[in-house]
Design a protein around this ligand. Structure first.
Ligand code: ZN
Ligand code: ZN
Length: 293
């Protein structure tokens, strides 16, 4: 059995640059056997990155059209990458299952709220710390204005937010789980500092407790924003030792990126001792890592 599977992909329905059809054509060309769409889920505040609520039906219709057209060449699935921000997120799991009727959803944190219920968030743009995106300035600015430049407190809130998301909504896949490191660029902390490792291992305790899948996300490297996968290699070693189920994700936003560093990630995981990877085919299943090479 030969498997090449990616479930983290974007398109022009959200902030991606290629149409869903171009993504599928590229995936087929690159030998993918399984492919999932995961547009940024609609959110309740003004933004430029997410699928619009009113466009969900067209997103689904386009998925069904492509499934019909290319179903013999590649297995297609529909999901969403859902954001969790306390006070602003709706019930992610209920939405995924009952409202959107997805095959799966990826839970990700891109915007970090101060861990204080007294602070009411009405505008996520100005009141949260944006840890993603192509620019470093919003990261530095948010850290300074929202957390008084205290990286331990800010990173603590990031990981707490992920833990809360897992406990509340149990996403099928945890998206780029240590992306808070991306814009750090070795300025505020090193990933081998004990306080930081404690935060990451605290997150992994929640992952293990909820038995969810962690993605190994290649995007930071191929976009040259970070030198390692998310999660970073030392943390991947730990996840492999603990037998945490893993998937490889390219988190692609255009057709040229569909299999960016996919094989490198699989080979690296194998070299770290990983024996199996997960794939979705009507449900999540494990298969020997050699099937993915
Ligand atoms: Zn993301
Ligand atoms: Zn993504």
């Amino acid at each position: 059995m030969k498997i090449k599977a990616n479930y983290h992909s974007h398109s022009t329905f959200c902030d991606g640059k290629s149409t869903m059809e171009d993504m599928v054509l590229s995936a087929v060309n690159n030998g993918f056997t399984h492919w999932g769409f995961s547009a940024h889920a609609p959110v309740s505040y003004p933004n430029t990155f997410a699928l619009k609520s009113e466009d969900f039906d067209s997103y689904k219709a386009e998925y069904l059209r492509l499934k019909d057209k290319y179903g013999k060449q590649i297995k297609l699935y529909i999901g969403l990458e859902m954001d969790y921000i306390p006070q602003l997120a709706e019930n992610l799991r209920e939405n995924a299952e009952k409202n959107y009727k997805l095959d799966y959803f990826i839970g990700s944190v891109h915007q970090v709220k101060e861990n204080n219920p007294q602070i009411k968030v009405t505008n996520a743009d100005t009141q949260t710390w944006f840890i993603d995106g192509s620019k470093t300035e919003p990261y530095d600015e948010g850290l300074k204005t929202l957390f008084d430049g205290d990286i331990k407190r800010a990173a603590g809130c990031y990981f707490t937010q992920e833990i809360d998301m897992i406990k509340l909504y149990r996403p099928d896949v945890l998206g780029h789980c240590d992306k808070v490191v991306m814009h750090n660029k070795n300025r505020y902390f090193r990933i081998d500092e004990q306080w930081y490792k404690d935060l990451v291992y605290g997150l992994f305790d929640a992952v293990i407790e909820a038995s969810i899948i962690v993605e190994v996300n290649t995007r930071g490297i191929y976009r040259k924003r970070y030198e390692d996968f998310y999660p970073s290699t030392p943390f991947l070693k730990y996840l492999i030792e603990k037998n945490v189920p893993l998937v490889v994700s390219t988190d692609c936003h255009k057709a040229e990126e569909t299999d960016a560093l996919y094989k490198d990630a699989v080979l690296m995981l194998k070299s770290l001792g990983c024996k199996e990877l997960m794939y979705f085919e009507d449900s999540w299943k494990a298969e020997k890592i050699d099937c993915f090479i």
